[in-house]
Design a protein around this ligand. Structure first.
Ligand SMILES: [Fe+2]
Length: 162
């Protein structure tokens, strides 16, 4: 009785999930060229970060979503539950990475004005800086400050104030 209810519930969840879960994720284009943030973030880092690291998140997210959908369709609750942390981690990584690209700009670096509170994050994982800054990690946030997209931060702030 209980197992039948679980199966029915998982099939309904699978149907609902499929409604919003069909689309494959893709690597977003950058709003600037790989060389646009030089010298603060160099081309090898941008290439590695975007075309190797971020695409890995996208590919793993799509693969995990397929496994997740299959588990739901088979009412394989154990697998379904086991995949959830991975799905959250990879999905979160893809979203954070996508947002991070918009936090940078070749026109960045101006000083803050007014009551602007930046609503942005900086990717400070090793893959984001090590090729250029090596073990001198504190130099990375100093350099990134020169390419922060304050317009995007301001837009987010204004949206939050509404
Ligand atoms: Fe990253």
């Amino acid at each position: 009785m209980l197992s039948q209810a679980v199966c029915n519930m998982s099939r309904k969840l699978a149907q609902l999930w499929n409604l919003g879960f069909q689309a494959k994720h893709s690597l977003p284009d950058l709003p600037y060229d790989y060389c646009a943030l030089e010298p603060h973030i160099n081309v090898p880092i941008m290439q590695l970060h975007h075309s190797k690291h971020h695409i890995a998140y996208v590919n793993n997210l799509n693969a995990t979503k397929e496994k997740y959908k299959e588990a739901l369709a088979k009412a394989d609750i154990k697998t379904w539950v086991a995949l959830q942390p991975t799905l959250k981690f990879i999905g979160g990584g893809h979203i954070n990475q996508t947002i991070f690209w918009t936090n940078l700009s070749l026109n960045g670096g101006r000083e803050l004005k007014g009551d602007l509170i930046p609503l942005l994050g900086i990717d400070a994982w090793k893959h984001a800086y090590f090729l250029q800054y090596k073990h001198v990690r504190p130099d990375y946030p100093k350099a990134v400050r020169n390419v922060i997209n304050w317009e995007t931060a301001n837009e987010r702030y204004m949206t939050c104030k509404k």
